[in-house]
Write a protein that binds this ligand. Structure first.
Ligand SMILES: Cc1cc2nc3c(=O)[nH]c(=O)nc-3n(C[C@H](O)[C@H](O)[C@H](O)COP(=O)(O)OP(=O)(O)OC[C@H]3O[C@@H](n4cnc5c(N)ncnc54)[C@H](O)[C@@H]3O)c2cc1C
Length: 431
């Protein structure tokens, strides 16, 4: 199914897969024994596996779908190093020192990823492009000014205010009321990054097995016996890296992550002059709404990649495409004649305290719950988790200390999502 506004080559799959075909593991079979079994082959699982395999541990990574099929090949490619709670919220919960440590470490994750990409020569169109945070109302613009002018001592960063009168230098849209540039934020092609990381993991000797769903975990004297769709494997160490796709395999983790669909579209390629006019500096963009939209140009600069949430309930991305396109046209009405090339969705993993979590529960290691900032946080915490498995002291992080909360009656199905989306839509209209 497609619409008149779709291009002839329209496909309901991530834009990124047009240029990076899905990886195939030809002929790989599940070993019966391994030192480290990683369930989930996104950034978390692969960064963890890279550490353990490079240290000489026999490492096996499995995924229920093709490798990297989850968020790690379908995200927006915007890299922020931000956690959801702000300094004051964190200070109220944990005190000033811990609040500073958490925010500093998330920012360090952003730097760490840039260094990793450079040092490992990862070909993924990584750019330090900066972010434009667009104010959806004059009141929100005032809040952005306050944010730039009253930064928490010790957490200062380069923030530049762009007034409504000057914003045409950043975005060819009248929808917004000025904005804030965050200098440090970056972009990459998520599927290229995943593909290059996968290659590193395979080169380091790890086994990677696709279409191999873990179905049952049983603890025993030497570790865990895991039953998968391709047979049984015994492992000394077990890592759950399933994030927004965590099912009832590990019920404890499932009760602690909230999967929320995020929906995306990509336009067909436009003439470069036309695309450049939309966002001349090629930054990543998000806005001040609670039900946020985020967008950027593709790495070749010619397509608009636009994401957000337009339906109250989860939906087929093809069904919600007309509404998502309408949202794009509210911001860029000049794109009425530009066809849509791709649409897709994926499940972002939120947590009840807005923080990512890593740790060990009943002997099983996990890292998850990046709340939409997973490109650098999943990569960084996956890396740290790998170091922890090896007993290295560098693996310690400020995120280790946090209690991973759930709520009574929450079993993994976010029944409260629809009323929450309606509530936040209302807040966005009046704020
Ligand atoms: C549409 C969208 C846009 C996003 N945009 C951004 C963005 O711009 N910037 C940003 O920083 N973050 C963004 N994110 C979030 C980011 O992509 C994720 O936080 C990150 O990729 C998480 O990586 P991961 O390895 O933990 O999980 P995933 O990449 O989701 O990997 C989990 C894997 O586990 C597998 N799995 C699940 N259960 C089993 C099982 N029983 N057996 C075997 N395998 C299993 C799944 O098949 C999946 O491949 C976005 C997410 C979405 C969906």
């Amino acid at each position: 199914m497609s619409y008149a506004f779709c291009s002839k080559d329209f496909a309901a799959k991530p834009y990124w897969w047009n240029g990076t075909p899905r990886p195939q593991t030809v002929g790989a079979t599940l070993p019966t024994q391994t030192d480290v079994l990683v369930i989930g082959s996104g950034y978390t699982g692969l960064q963890c596996a890279l550490q353990t395999a490079q240290a000489g541990r026999h490492t096996t990574v499995i995924d229920a779908e093709d490798l990297g099929w989850g968020c790690s090949s379908r995200n927006g490619g915007q890299i922020s190093g931000e956690i959801k709670p702000d300094f004051n919220q964190l200070k109220r919960r944990y005190g000033s020192d811990q609040a500073l440590s958490l925010i500093r470490e998330a920012r360090k994750a952003l730097e760490w990823l840039g260094e990793f990409v450079e040092a490992q020569q990862i070909d993924c169109d990584y750019q330090r492009c900066g972010r434009f945070v667009a104010a959806h109302s004059p009141r929100q613009f005032k809040k952005l000014i306050a944010q730039a002018e009253q930064q928490t001592p010790g957490l200062e960063q380069t923030l530049n205010i762009i007034g409504p009168g000057d914003q045409s230098s950043e975005i060819d849209s009248r929808y917004y009321h000025g904005g804030l540039i965050v200098d440090s934020h970056c972009s990459l092609d998520p599927a290229k990054y995943h593909s290059a990381l996968l290659q590193k993991v395979q080169d380091s000797g790890a086994e990677t097995i696709d279409h191999c769903a873990a179905m049952h975990i049983e603890a025993n004297k030497t570790g865990f016996r895991v039953t998968t769709s391709q047979g049984v494997i015994q492992t000394n160490e077990l890592v759950i890296a399933t994030n927004g796709y965590s099912g009832n395999l590990a019920a404890w983790q499932q009760r602690r992550v909230i999967p929320i669909g995020s929906y995306m579209l990509a336009t067909e390629a436009m003439p470069i002059e036309r695309a450049e006019k939309l966002m001349p500096h090629n930054r990543v963009f998000s806005d001040t709404r609670k039900i946020v939209v985020y967008f950027r140009r593709s790495p070749d600069g010619r397509s608009l990649i636009f994401g957000g949430r337009v339906s109250v309930y989860e939906s087929d991305p093809i069904k919600s495409l007309p509404s998502l396109r309408q949202e794009m046209l509210r911001i860029f009405p000049q794109l009425e004649d530009v066809k849509i090339r791709n649409t897709w969705m994926g499940f972002v993993a939120y947590t009840f305290d807005g923080l990512p979590h890593l740790g060990k529960k009943e002997g099983i290691h996990y890292a998850m719950g990046y709340c939409g900032s997973g490109i650098c946080l999943a990569s960084y915490l996956g890396h740290r988790l790998g170091q922890q498995l090896l007993g290295q002291k560098e693996g310690a992080t400020a995120f280790d200390q946090q209690r991973f909360q759930t709520r009574p009656f929450y079993t993994g199905n976010p029944w409260f999502l629809a009323p929450s989306v309606r509530y936040y839509q209302m807040i966005d209209r009046i704020s």
